[in-house]
Design a protein around this ligand. Structure first.
Ligand code: AMP
Ligand code: MG
Length: 924
């Protein structure tokens, strides 16, 4: 060790600084107590085995021999007059000193061993770019370097080291040193440059190498590691890691911008991150106060940000581990670098101070067992093999203390590293930080397979903003911190969320249809098989019914049951009820009798409209039953009567309830009118629409009303005709304006694209490009409209529209809020989530229903005061749907936060089914 300290003393101050940096970064973690055997030079000429981490890397390389994922290159700028032969001598002396840079990995009995070439001369071609145009010179040089760095290596034969010198000018060169990771690591390259500087100076002066021979070689380390890490010692460490990582998910599901390819293409990029001293200082002070290192504090902040984006409370974060704790190996070249994994635990919405405490405990325990190579941890835990993901940790972080300078000066040369090697990410996202006088700075590196640059820029901003906030409010729960900058908040809350104010007062559908009837009384409004109703007839019949209903006491907020199969009478029933000022309650005739009588009972309808034999389904006496086929004595035309107030109800539609009891959603006339005016304006015009779905499903509102508002026709497809009927109607329909379907319907239709239908409106369930495959191919011009919205906020609240031919595979977004609707994505404690992060969809605006009929508690739970609402008393409906903002301001539907499912577009609470099952005597 004496020569070692002599050697250090011989260094210039800058050289010293670099050495100190190296020492610190390899020592910052406490070593495990206990006494490993001494690391000594081995005797005998047997080739050494591979170290554990080398073996793992070797194995990964065999899986994909052409992959360049483990190619490492550094580019160094050399300013000043370069003595090329002296530099080549210096480089080759480093190669002579360190066996590992002369090593290749031939197979002996099927297993790789470390074969050291007795002599290896590294050629250093010089490419002269002096004649290249000055502006392009550097780019050309870097392209050459990249090409050199990314060529595959032959591990069996070697050499695994390449050098290239590019001459940019009289006093400027770039030097590429490229290697396979299996013989080097980041610290090795720092050491090598340090040594080359010393050797270059000696060569210039014609002196022999002043450096002492390394006490041991990499092969000695490999033998030592294998002797030590076996039996009980190995078990001890493996045990710890098994326990430590038990039950922690081995995949962190970050929301990606693109579907994950089956295996990574290896393309990546970097985006900068900067935390200025003003913000970094209080953060560091907090860390000190809590006895945590800057690394641990930064790790905690990083996991908090990842949690925010993914919503996942538990996951693993990797970090490179220099793994050079033993003094004998501190000056060696070779692949020592290992990976440590840290458990992130965000459960229970902790404060940052508490999170820091957790991170500290986890990190110290991990450090105490850091000697176990990462490969052994993977072996012990056996994660599912997935070539598209790094094992155990798909996110990574490193933080290095910044040295006083990042360059070396030697014999009139100034050496500095050129950022390079960008674009070979080994993780989904990794962050590399330098902690120093200029704050905490560095970059986020990410896979371009998964993310677009703006997404990562936002991640970096969110990271910096979190560090700022926790420095000020360490005891606030993380959910109480602002996840967004003011500008970002403004963007999602104001620009993208849709109009905050109530939309314009819209004319009611019954008035608009009456006006249409006055203009075009003879035009066909409703078609059902051979039957036709003109606008004049439709309006007259609806008026008759309205008169009859009024006499039965129907008016604002009085409910009228409607149980009829698709027929002109059904349409009259809906319209007549609205004209009377009442609200219709659809009772689907296909429902079982018990459910129908429950709905009739629960809603407290005063009148029931029905036809023919359906009448026998309902008990007599509870409400008046009106036969739609025999409207007795309603002949006097009493006009349209007074218009019902906009806040009174238009309809009550029942949806599945968790407790086993369906719940009636009370939709106001204002809400319905607002939606219809928007839809009539937005959807393409044509001959009309097909009505093929049940009116007990709010999706049907669109197909029923929109054509009638525009003087088009509604073509009814009877229940009895099923999907075939729909397909036939589609083929027959000349220039239909639109057909509204659930994605399930679309799939059931199969390969029968409605070529002449102007547009396809899909809603009620998540839509994917695959659902539309036939349209994408056969009718690429059909406009596809993905409409999203729960019954509680009137049919549709957001829309994404694109021609079928423009849609790719994968999820189709649900788009932007429609006129009048307001959508926000909120995290816990009602804070808007940042772009890209998953949040719950909350919907506001005039379309928000009054609530659930007769269920004030349930109403209070789901319809909440709007914390951002400009209007007093504004409410938001919390949907239970999960979504995220895409960079273009559209929303992507992600899933549900509960147990609601959709079966053929119908909403079903699994709780309802569970309750029914539990009620069965055979179920316990
Ligand atoms: P409903 O009340 O029957 O209209 O069902 C509303 C629920 O259906 C929503 O809360 C979503 O879960 C789902 N849903 C409706 N439209 C869409 C859509 N376009 N994409 C994904 N899910 C949808
Ligand atoms: Mg809906």
């Amino acid at each position: 060790m004496k020569d070692f300290s002599e050697r250090i003393n011989a260094l210039t101050p800058e050289q010293r600084a670099v050495f100190e940096l190296l020492r610190k970064s390899s020592r910052k973690k406490p070593a495990r107590p206990g006494a490993p055997p001494p690391l000594e030079r081995r005797t005998g000429a047997e080739p050494a085995p591979l170290s554990f981490d080398q073996e793992r890397l070797w194995f990964l390389q065999q899986l994909d021999p052409a992959s360049v994922t483990y190619n490492i290159g550094t580019v160094t700028r050399m300013e000043g007059r370069l003595d090329v032969p002296a530099f080549a001598t210096a480089l080759n002396e480093v190669v002579r000193r360190h066996q590992i840079w002369r090593t290749s990995f031939p197979l002996v009995d099927g297993r790789p061993v470390q074969a050291v070439a007795p002599v290896l001369r590294i050629e250093m071609p010089v490419v002269d770019l002096v004649e290249v145009d000055g502006a392009r010179r550097e780019a050309v040089a870097l392209a050459l370097a990249r090409e050199g760095a990314l060529r595959p290596y032959d591990l069996q034969r070697g050499p695994l080291l390449r050098a290239l010198l590019v001459r940019l000018g009289e006093g400027e060169h770039l030097c590429l040193l490229a290697m396979h990771h299996i013989v080097t690591d980041w610290i090795s390259s720092q050491i090598a440059w340090q040594e080359m500087a010393v050797l270059y100076q000696a060569a210039r002066e014609g002196r022999p190498s002043p450096l002492p021979e390394p006490p041991v070689q990499y092969g000695d380390f490999a033998v030592w590691q294998r002797e030590w890490l076996q039996g009980e010692t190995l078990e001890h460490h493996v045990d710890f890691w098994r326990r430590e990582l038990d039950g922690v998910p081995q995949v962190l599901e970050l929301p990606t911008d693109r579907p994950r390819p089956a295996s990574s293409t290896g393309r990546g990029r970097r985006e900068p991150v900067a935390v200025p001293p003003r913000i970094a200082d209080p953060f560091r002070a907090l860390a000190r106060q809590e006895g945590a290192t800057p690394f641990i504090a930064t790790l905690a902040a990083y996991s908090a940000v990842l949690f925010r984006v993914s919503g996942q409370e538990r996951f693993l974060v990797g970090s490179p581990n220099a793994n050079r704790n033993r003094p004998e190996i501190q000056g060696l070249l070779g692949f020592f670098l290992s990976q440590l994994v840290f458990r992130a635990d965000l459960a229970g919405d902790p404060s940052f101070r508490e999170l820091l405490g957790r991170a500290k405990k986890t990190a110290f325990a991990a450090y105490a067992h850091q000697e176990l190579p990462f490969g052994k941890i993977v072996e012990a835990l056996r994660p599912e093999r997935d070539p598209s993901r790094a094992p155990l940790a798909q996110v990574d972080m490193q933080l290095v203390e910044a040295g006083p300078s990042s360059w070396i000066e030697v014999a009139g040369l100034r050496l500095s590293e050129v950022p390079f090697g960008e674009g070979l990410p080994k993780f989904d996202v990794s962050v590399s930080l330098l902690d120093g006088a200029e704050g905490i700075r560095g970059w986020f590196e990410y896979s371009l397979d998964l993310f677009d640059p703006p997404t990562i820029t936002r991640l970096a901003e969110s990271f910096a903003s979190l560090i700022e906030q926790v420095g000020q409010r360490p005891d606030a729960r993380l959910s109480d911190l602002r996840p967004l900058s003011e500008a970002a908040r403004q963007q999602v809350l104001v620009e993208w969320s849709g109009a905050a104010a109530a939309g314009p007062e819209s004319e009611s559908p019954e008035r608009s249809i009456a006006a249409q009837a006055a203009r075009t009384p003879g035009v066909v409004a409703v078609v059902c098989g051979e039957r036709r109703l003109t606008y004049g007839e439709l309006d007259a019949r609806a008026r008759e019914l309205a008169g009859c209903l009024r006499r039965l006491g129907v008016g604002p907020d009085v409910l009228v049951g409607l149980c009829a199969e698709r027929s002109p009478e059904m349409v009259v029933g809906v319209l007549g009820t609205l004209k009377a000022g009442g609200a219709y309650v659809p009772l689907d005739p296909s429902y079982p009798e018990e459910r129908l009588s429950f709905l009739a009972e629960d809603s407290g309808i005063r009148v029931l409209l029905t036809r023919g034999e359906l009448r026998s389904r309902f008990p007599d006496g509870r409400f008046r039953i009106v036969d739609l086929d025999a409207l007795e004595g309603a002949r006097e035309l009493d006009g349209d009567g007074p218009e019902a107030p906009p806040e009174s109800l238009a309809y009550v539609i029942y949806t599945s309830g968790t407790t086993g009891r369906p719940k009636g959603v009370m939709v106001s006339r204002r809400g319905l009118a607002g939606y219809l005016v928007w839809a009539a304006k937005t959807y393409p015009r044509g001959s009309g629409s097909l009505l093929h779905s049940s009116i007990s499903f709010d999706l049907t509102v669109t197909s029923l009303f929109v054509p009638l508002l525009r003087g088009e026709r509604v073509v009814l497809v009877p229940e009895s005709e099923g999907v075939e009927g729909l397909a036939a109607a589609l083929r027959a329909g000349e220039g239909l304006s639109f057909v509204k379907l659930t994605p399930s319907h679309a799939r059931a239709l199969g390969r029968q694209p409605a070529g002449r239908t102007r547009s396809l409106i899909l809603g009620g369930e998540a839509l994917t490009g695959e659902d539309l495959a036939p349209w994408r191919e056969a009718a690429p011009e059909t406009l596809v409209c993905n409409e999203y919205g729960p019954t509680e906020t009137v049919v549709g609240c957001s829309l994404f529209a694109a021609p079928a031919g423009e849609l790719g595979p994968g999820p189709v977004p649900i788009g932007r809020p429609v006129a009048g609707a307001r959508m926000v994505l909120l995290g816990r404690s009602f804070q808007p989530v940042p772009l890209g992060a998953v949040g719950e969809v909350f919907i506001g605006g005039p379309g928000v229903a009054r609530g659930y009929l007769g269920r004030p508690e349930l109403t209070a739970e789901r319809f909440v005061p709007d914390p951002f609402g400009a209007a007093p008393g504004a409410r938001l409906y919390r949907t239970g749907d999960l979504g995220r903002w895409r960079p273009d301001g559209t929303i992507e539907f992600v899933g549900r936060n509960d147990f609601q499912v959709k079966v053929r577009g119908y909403r079903i609470e699994l709780g309802e089914i569970e309750n029914v099952l539990a009620a069965h005597e055979g179920v316990r």
